[in-house]
Design a protein around this ligand. Sequence first.
Ligand code: IMP
Ligand code: MG
Length: 183
Amino acid sequence: MLGPVLVSEKEITAQVAALGERITEDYAGRAPLLIGVLKGAFMFMADLARAVALPLEVDFMAISSYGAATKTSGIVRIVKDLDADLTGRHVLIVEDIVDSGLTLSYLRKGLLARGPASLEVCALLVKTGLQRAELDLRYVGFQIPPDFVVGYGLDVAERYRNLPDIRLLEPAPPAAGGASGAS
Ligand code: IMP
Ligand code: MG
C-alpha cells in the first residue's frame, strides 16, 4: 500500500541539479563514465546526466539482490554486464538507494578490478544506520530513515517505478475477521 511522500518531486529536482553542479566542477576537463545500476537508477540517471555539463558517457549494468521481497538477502547477481571498457576511465556509479550496502560493495570491488582511473559513487538515497559494509559515498542525494520506499525508479515487485516522487510503502492492513495474511 502506498504511503505518504517522503521526498517530493520538487526536492528531487533541486537536489539532482545540485549534485550535477558538483559533479560538473569535480570532473571538469574530464569525460566521466556514468554507470547506472538497473533498474532502480534509470530515472535518476536520466535526470542526473542532464544536470552534468560535461561530455560524459553512460553505461548500465543490472544487478539483482532482492527478487520481490522487501528485505535484503545479501545475494547479488550480475544480470547484465557493462559494454564499456573501464581501463583508465573516471567512473561514477549511479545508484538509486543504498540499504545494507552489500550491492554497492560488491559492485565497487568488481569494477575496481577492471582498472578505472577513478571510481566514485553517487547515490540518490542512503538509508541511515543500516550499512554493514564500510562505504565511501562521494555524492548522496538524501539520507532517509530505514523504511521501504518506492517511486522515481524504485519498485516493489516491479511496481511504482514511474511515480515522480519517493513515497513510503506501508504494509497492507490485516485482513478483516482476524485471518492472518502473508507478511
Ligand atoms: P543493499 O544491497 O541492501 O544496499 O540494497 C540495495 C538495492 O536494494 C537497491 O539498489 C535497490 O534496488 C534495493 N532496495 C533497497 N532498499 C529499497 C527500498 O526501500 N525500496 C526499493 N528498493 C530498495
Ligand atoms: Mg538498485
